[in-house]
Design a protein around this ligand. Sequence first.
Ligand SMILES: NC(=O)c1ccc[n+]([C@@H]2O[C@H](COP(=O)([O-])OP(=O)(O)OC[C@H]3O[C@@H](n4cnc5c(N)ncnc54)[C@H](OP(=O)(O)O)[C@@H]3O)[C@@H](O)[C@H]2O)c1
Length: 269
Amino acid sequence: MTTSTQRLIGILVMAVVMVSAAVTARAETVLITGSNRGIGLAFAKAYAEKGWTVIATARNPEEADELKALAAKHPTVVPERLDVTNETEIKTLAAKYKGKPIDVLLNNAGIGDFTGGATLGAFDAKLFQRVMNTNVLGPLLVSQAFIENVAASGQKKIVAITSLTAALGQTLRKQVRRDHTYYYSTSKTALNMAMKTLAAEVRERGVIVAIVHPGGADTDLLRSAYGGKSPATARTPDEVVAGMIKIIGERTLENSDQVIGYDGKTLAW
Ligand SMILES: NC(=O)c1ccc[n+]([C@@H]2O[C@H](COP(=O)([O-])OP(=O)(O)OC[C@H]3O[C@@H](n4cnc5c(N)ncnc54)[C@H](OP(=O)(O)O)[C@@H]3O)[C@@H](O)[C@H]2O)c1
C-alpha cells in the first residue's frame, strides 16, 4: 500500500469518526410521563425507533414489563421512576438530569373518572383532587422542574396530551358520563388553559408548547370509559402517536398555544 493510499484511508476513517460523533451529539431526547402503557408506551416505542434517547418514566418502572422489554431492545430507552403527583420524585429526577438537554417534554400521564359516580349529589372531593393533581398540576410541576433542560435543547418543546372532551365549544345536551365527565373533562379544559398560560410565559425563551389530542385511542383509559370495550371508531395507540409525533414536529412559536388533534385539525375550545 502506498503512502498516499494510507493517508487517504486515514482521512476517511477520521471523517467517519467525526460524522458519527456529530450524529451522536445531535441525537434528540424526549422525556415521557406514564410511558409504561397505552399512548405513553406507544410514544416511547415510536421515538426509540426514530433513534431518540427516551427518558421513559413510569410510576412503577420495575413492574413495567413492556417498557423493560423496549429498553432491552433499544439501549437509548431509559426507564425512570416518576409519579407526576409526587414533588419529591419530580425534584429527584430533575436533579439527576440537571444540564441534560430535553428536546421534547411529553406530559402524557393522565387518569379519568369513568366510574359514573360523579353526578349531582355524589361528588367525591378526593377523586376530583386526584384527577386535577394528575392531569393539571402534574404537567405544570413537571414542566417547571425540566424547563431549563427544554430551554437548553434544540427543539425546545413542551407537550401536553389533552382531550376532545375538553372543548368548551361543544353542545352538551345531557351530561354523558363516559364522554363528558365532571372531573376528567374539566381537568383537560383546565390543562389547556394551564398550557396556554405556560406558552405565554416561556415564549420569550423560544420554548414551544404543543397541546395535542389523540382523538380516541384503544387504551385502558378509553376502555374504562366505555365499560370495558373501546368504541369501533377508536384507533390504535400506534396510529394516533404517529399523527401526534408529526404534529409535535411541526409546532412552532406561532401556533404554540393552539389545541390540535393527531389528525392535524385545530380544535376550537
Ligand atoms: N385513549 C384516549 O382515547 C385518550 C383520549 C384523549 C386523551 N387521552 C390522554 O392521553 C394520555 C394517556 O392516556 P392513555 O389513553 O394512554 O391511558 P392509560 O392507558 O390509562 O395510561 C395512562 C398512563 O398514565 C399513567 N399515570 C396515571 N397516573 C399517573 C401519575 N400520578 N404519575 C405518573 N403516571 C401516571 C399510568 O401509569 P400506571 O400504569 O402507573 O397507572 C399510565 O402509564 C392521558 O393524558 C389521557 O387523558 C387519551
